[in-house]
Design a protein around this ligand. Structure first.
Ligand SMILES: C[S@@+](CC[C@H](N)C(=O)[O-])C[C@H]1O[C@@H](n2cnc3c(N)ncnc32)[C@H](O)[C@@H]1O
Length: 274
């Protein structure tokens, strides 16, 4: 097949569909990106044209998931935003240990697992005798990244920021330059498939003490971002915390959360209105 170039109309048709179903919004400058991704799907399915692909998409329920798996941006690595993890441990989790028996943390949009596993490594190092008091869940829309997360096998690029001491203790070098995370750390995280735009009223998020959602809502527009943040708010325990990426903010919807400032980090504490 020749290089695919979506017309503007085809592009907007596909981007509206992806937006309605997932919250991810592709602005105009992403037209070429989306063309490339759709081209990959057409090739994988041995179809002859975009027209055939659109009809396949309409008639095969599972194809939308394949398209999601193709278009999501899954960049992540271990020890990304390390300061935020340290502050989470000392300012939020440590006091919570005094207050309740089980602490539930959910990573939303966890990609291949580096983020929740980093948290598991921090907990293992800091609270080795209290690990059974933490429940770490992690979800993503992309089923392919979740499979990789469960395997716990990573390229050198992913572990480049892991301190030497931690790498030696919890990773085993594999053939081909990859690293396998220890079963002990892998068993601390439970992965599940979830579309953040469709969080049901009762879900694995319900009763979370902390929701970490970094570098995910940047791909959403304001309306879908607001919906997800409201659902996070409903799912958190009173005074539960939401943690976003360093460069993200929810300033326009802060009636739901109080900003709590720490050095180089902002967390959002749930506001409970009487
Ligand atoms: C850039 S990665 C961020 C990974 C990790 N949180 C980090 O900061 O290192 C964004 C992830 O969000 C996921 N994502 C995008 N839209 C989603 C949705 N509607 N529901 C759940 N996950 C979604 C993508 O599949 C991708 O794995």
């Amino acid at each position: 097949m020749e290089k695919l170039e979506l017309s503007y109309q085809e592009f907007t048709h596909l981007r509206d569909l992806i937006y309605r179903k997932s919250g991810m919004f592709f602005p105009d400058y992403k037209q070429e990106y989306l063309s490339l991704k759709v081209e990959n799907r057409i090739a994988a399915l041995h179809l002859a044209s975009l027209h055939e692909y659109l009809s396949h998409l309409e008639n095969h329920y599972g194809e939308l998931q394949n398209l999601f798996n193709e278009v999501t941006v899954n960049e992540t690595y271990f020890y990304r935003e390390e300061t935020s993890a340290e502050i989470l441990l000392s300012h939020i989790l440590y006091p919570l240990l005094e207050a309740k028996p089980i602490i539930k943390i959910v990573c939303a949009g966890c990609s291949t697992g580096e983020e929740p596993y980093t948290l598991a490594l921090f907990l293992k190092e800091r609270f080795p005798l209290l690990l059974q008091r933490f429940k770490i869940l992690a979800c993503d829309l992309n089923t392919a990244v979740l499979e990789k997360a469960r395997l716990g096998r990573y390229r050198a690029y992913s572990v480049r920021n892991v301190p030497e001491r931690i790498r030696e203790r919890y990773f085993t070098a594999q053939e081909g330059g990859e690293y396998l995370l220890s079963q002990e750390i892998r068993s601390m995280v439970e992965f599940f498939h979830m579309n953040l735009l469709d969080i049901p009223f009762f879900s694995p998020f319900t009763g979370s003490d902390v929701i970490v959602c970094r570098n995910v809502l940047i791909y959403f527009d304001m309306e879908s971002r607001k919906k997800v943040i409201k659902d996070f708010h409903d799912a958190l325990t009173p005074e539960g915390h939401l943690i976003l990426g360093k460069t993200e903010s929810i300033f326009s919807i802060n009636e739901l959360f109080t900003l709590v400032h720490y050095p180089q980090t902002i967390f959002y504490r749930k506001e409970v209105h009487p």
